[in-house]
Design a binder for this molecule. Sequence first.
Ligand code: SF4
Length: 455
Amino acid sequence: MNRVYIKTYGCQMNERDSEAVAAMLRARGYRIVGAEDDCDIMLLNTCSVRDAAEQKAIGKAGNVQQRKKKNPDFVLGILGCMAQNRGMALLDQLPDVDLIVGTQKFHQVPDYLDNLRAARDAGVPLGETIVDIGEEPGSQNTIRDHELTEKQVNAFVSIQQGCNMDCAFCIVPKTRGDERSRPMDEIVAECRTLAEKGVKEITLLGQIVTSYGRRDYAHTGGVTPFVQLLDRVHAIAGIERIRFTSPHPRGFKQDLVEAYGRLPKLCGYVHLPMQSGSNRILKAMNRPYTRERYQEIVDALRVVRSDMYFSTDVIVGFPGETDEDFAETRALFEVCNYDMAYIFKYSIRTGTPAATMEGQVSEEMKEARNQALLAVLSANSERRNATLVGTVEEVLVEGPDKTGRKFTGRTRGNRVCIFDADPRLIGTLVPLHITRASVSTLYGELVLSEVPNNK
Ligand code: SF4
């Protein structure tokens, strides 16, 4: 009973949490398996961003419970946001679950599994469900272990947990708790260790990274703690690229804009959640910025780097959104010329202020607005990729592509590239001559005369 399969739902934070749990379990002697049929312990790391996401995980857990009927020693655990959000109430639908562990208790999973295993070995039937969804001071510091594959070139580093912004549509402040930042020295040490293991690209992760350390560190010379952190990660030998997600427009100050001008390792790709282009709706969403301020940030970044790539999150059909509001969103969406966007049709999220707001928008209207933005995005992305044909882009070689016949990597602007290469080039930055483009992918050939000799 030591083969663990972890299924992850939701965002990159969840991916990172699952990776850390896997690393902790492996250190405790558990085997992490890649196929659910091969496991004795299944952990579902869940997402609560929408009701549908929770229903999906509940459906999965319901099916998995059947395995317990055939094998009473089989262990099923539910971790993460839904565990936090629903707690004991999950047992009404899923009475056979063994473990319910919230977002501040991931590091306790190895102990809980050890206890279950000891009980099983002693011939004691697995009894009451273990439910641990309490708050724990310092829990943000426990997501630090990595499961690096051989020749892994990029890694996510958690810098912060939680959020205090209370956007009207978002459940995160409830599931992830208050904003808590990790100590800067620990983050830098983690990045240095990753660099020593061959990682070239670091993505700093948090629900609202631009608020990083605001209660723990002073601004020095107008530089926010988040930019201080970027400076320190930038100074690490071996790290070639730095990305981060997600910032909040409110925290995107001049020092961060200027950082793009002076830190060459900071990739020219910014994910800047817009959510709406209507000031009226932004206010209803409790997003403390205006469309004008948002555009100012985008323009300022384009001044610093003319070839900057942008992506965003937009919600269409937020309660009360009129045709005029949507026209403003669409106009801002067009002006910002996004290369990538996550467009969400608003769906009621139980437990958030927006769930009970008046003026819920019909599904047909949401779909029409969704399609309108998707069409703009697709045209933008195609146009941007077409301009890259004939240019030479710096690509970080990540490994074989899905077919296993070619290699894949990404440009600084986060465009996925497919090309012929040699395995010894994994982890190196290579110049790629772009010969062809689709809406989402670039195809190219290595500029062999400039490829680093990596023998
Ligand atoms: S800033 Fe992001 S994580 Fe925080 S409440 Fe708003 S949407 Fe949710």
